[in-house]
Write a protein that binds this ligand. Structure first.
Ligand code: AMP
Length: 397
């Protein structure tokens, strides 16, 4: 089933209807103060669309990890306040999630009005995808819109279960994720170049496996490269190497050969004496790493080789830095790749989490076609897994 065929909010007739929207309002907080309202801002297009189209808007989200039910520390009240400022209209705040307060406020909403219910994780059935709770969510509204991509890989009541009981569609945030990532996997503009970095092969085995079936070139950098070095019989000094994954790495390179995928590992490596930002460093060919040194970035030859491969790409999927990019001395590889991606003219998709943070820090945010908002969710998407929060959304007729 193609994710490209899911209904979007624009496919629903929302006028005069009560619409429950699962948002990602999991904002950064210090005490009761919101330190970044980015996620609230990101959800505005869907909310504004619903207001403009005269829906009665009922919002829900999780915030943090409250343990065992109601915990005032994780109340959505500060979110309602900020959202109200951003929308320039009142956002009614329920005292509960699916209880009396939420129900009576939902029932009295007028067209274009907005209600936020309490933290969905105050209900212990939420993370268990409890059917009774899903029914209670559904009873609040007539339609369901999921716009929380970052939680779409979790089968919870408010992300997936509720869609069993209401007609459903995706909001603009999920739509954008699917348009870019779904198209890149199902129908990419070729050549499709995947760049995978970050700390561990074990985190990304599923992604490598899936992308080997789809991409034309696969570039490996970052800490995960050393397991591939070991598979090739190179020394790797004190670099992070997952010795229990060497055979897997070997099998992946074999599979790449069979499939005709251009599989690139760094030709040279910048080494450090210790795992420290200002440690003594030197650059060597990757098959000449001496004992007692660890690889902390790709070298200039690898930068050139990777940049050349990136230059001709039609679509690029990038997940994970090329080295310890948090440290200036070992950031050059990641910067070079970011530059090459930015200048490529290709459709460029950056996975969430650390690589997205690196891109933002380096100031290349605006040069990428799409930066995924969900770390775990985007990895699972790239692994080719079905995300429950997306699978649950109705297909277009
Ligand atoms: P990930 O979350 O898998 O994308 O990994 C990101 C992390 O990988 C970053 O914190 C980097 O510091 C780390 N990393 C990248 N290259 C290396 C390396 N050569 N050695 C150790 N850690 C690395």
């Amino acid at each position: 089933m193609s994710v490209l065929n899911k209904k979007s909010v624009e496919d629903l007739n929302v006028s005069g209807k009560k619409v429950l929207v699962r948002c990602d309002f999991n904002v950064k907080m210090e005490g009761s103060k919101i330190t970044s309202d980015k996620r609230i801002v990101a959800s505005l297009p869907t909310i504004k669309y619903l207001i403009d189209n005269k829906a009665k808007v009922i919002l829900c989200s999780h915030l943090g990890r409250p343990k065992g039910g109601v915990d005032p520390e994780f109340s959505m009240v500060p979110v309602a306040k900020r959202l109200s400022e951003l929308l320039g209209q009142e956002v009614y705040m329920a005292k509960d999630v699916v209880g009396e307060s939420a129900n009576s406020l939902a029932a009295s909403l007028k067209d274009g009005e907005v209600l936020l219910v309490e933290n969905v994780r105050f209900e212990i059935g939420e993370t268990k995808n409890d059917a009774e709770l899903s029914k209670k969510f559904a009873a609040l509204a007539e339609l369901f819109v999921n716009d929380a991509f970052g939680s779409a890989h979790r089968a919870h009541s408010s992300t997936a279960g509720v869609a069993d009981y209401l007609p459903s569609a995706m909001g603009y945030l999920i739509k954008k994720e699917i348009e870019f990532m779904g198209a890149a996997l199902e129908n990419p503009k070729r050549p499709l170049v995947a760049i995978l970095g970050g700390a561990k092969v074990s985190d990304k085995i599923g992604v490598i496996e899936n992308l080997l079936d789809k991409c034309d070139t696969l570039i490996i950098g970052g800490g995960m490269a050393y397991t591939f070095f070991a598979a090739k019989g190179y020394g790797y000094g004190t670099s992070i190497c997952e010795t229990d994954k060497i055979e897997t790495a070997e099998a992946m390179m074999e599979k790449a050969k069979e499939k005709g995928v251009n599989f690139l590992i760094p030709a040279d490596t910048k080494l450090g004496k210790e795992y420290a930002p200002n440690t003594e460093s030197m650059t060597v060919n990757s098959n000449e790493i001496p004992d007692g040194w660890m690889g902390l970035d790709i070298g200039p030859k690898a930068q050139q080789m990777f940049s050349d491969a990136i230059k001709g790409a039609g679509t690029i999927i990038w997940n994970g830095p090329m080295g310890v990019s948090e440290w200036e001395n070992f950031a050059a590889g990641t910067i070079a790749v970011a530059k090459a991606v930015a200048e490529s003219g290709a459709i460029s998709i950056v996975g969430g989490g650390d690589s997205a943070a690196a891109i933002k820090k380096l100031g290349f945010e605006d040069k990428m076609s799409h930066i995924s908002t969900g770390g775990g969710a985007s990895l699972e998407f790239l692994e080719g897994k079905e995300l429950p929060g997306i699978a649950a959304i109705n297909d277009k007729e």
